[in-house]
Design a protein around this ligand. Structure first.
Ligand code: G1P
Length: 279
């Protein structure tokens, strides 16, 4: 059973400067909730209650967010404002949180490897919190992926079709279709130019990884941008065994940039906030 979910959260959030100069990008609010809280809720809904966060310098607000604020709680105790804290209290009650710091930014693969002491030798999920995923009428994306893992027992990446001109923003896969929404991965390239892309099936920020990935990452040379890429490590795993790519049900918003962030804000306002489901 998968119990752990890793959140690489040490990145700078340069696309959102200057907002992210002193504030972690994972704390940017979508309506009234920070991005990372949506990710942790998705993880808990999938049964992953052991939350591991890879942080970095200037990210202490993340730890404070997943903690009690005595002064605040005391102030609003017994008032109608208590309802605002119901959701975050549930996370504090039902999840455990552990942290480690990535001291140098050497890529997503390196960030995931930094989380190894928190994960140990078991399969785990990875959430990139700036990809906000929603599926209001059905299972969350991680729930869908955990179900798939229980069936196939191998690493899984979530994918979506993107505009062929945009492949240079993503890890891109090629594979053999084994179900209308599942591919067995045969090739994977990090941020290829459109003319070099093996398809327009792009990896988004949800992964399930088997723990052998850590040794593979240790032996993965820096790739695109001089960084250790999880895409390259997964390609090794795909050669040896099985890596699946899953076309998830739901919508994903790229909240690392203004357009996706605004779309996510409008979506959450309409679908959660207005109907009182935002806490
Ligand atoms: C990372 C991964 C990339 C993936 C993307 C999803 O890139 O390296 O393969 O497609 O996340 O959001 P980043 O957006 O961190 O540059």
């Amino acid at each position: 059973m998968i119990k752990k979910c890793l959140f690489p959260a040490a990145g700078y959030g340069t696309r959102f400067l200057p907002a992210t100069k002193a504030m972690p990008k994972e704390m940017l609010p979508v309506v009234n909730k920070p991005l990372i809280q949506y990710g942790v809720e998705e993880a808990l809904d999938a049964g992953l209650s052991q939350i591991s966060i890879v942080t970095g310098r200037g990210k202490r607000a993340l730890e404070d967010h997943f903690d009690i604020s005595y002064e605040l709680e005391n102030q609003i105790k017994g008032t109608d404002k208590e309802k605002y804290l119901v959701g975050i209290r549930r996370l504090l009650d039902e999840c455990s949180f552990s942290y480690t710091r990535q001291t140098e930014m050497k890529g997503l693969g390196h960030a995931i490897l930094t989380g190894q002491p928190l994960i140990g030798d078991e399969p785990f999920a990875v959430v990139l919190a700036d990809d906000l995923c929603v599926n209001p009428d059905g299972d969350g994306v991680l729930t869908q992926m955990v179900k798939l893992y229980n069936q196939f027992r191998c690493s899984i990446v979530a994918i979506q079709e993107v505009d062929p001109q945009e492949t240079n923003k993503y890890g891109v896969i090629a594979g053999d279709m084994i179900r209308d929404d599942i591919y067995r991965v045969t090739n994977m390239v990090e941020k290829p130019k459109p003319e070099d892309a093996p398809s327009n099936l792009a990896i988004i920020g949800r992964y399930i990884l088997t723990p052998d990935i850590f040794d593979i990452i240790k032996n993965t040379e820096p790739g695109k941008g001089g960084e250790v890429q999880i895409t390259d490590a997964l390609m090794q795993q795909a050669k040896d065994g099985c890596v699946l790519a899953y076309k998830f049900k739901g919508q994903r918003f790229d909240c690392g940039g203004a357009e996706g962030y605004i779309d996510a804000t409008n979506f959450c306002f309409e679908n959660y906030y207005k109907s009182g489901k935002a806490y």
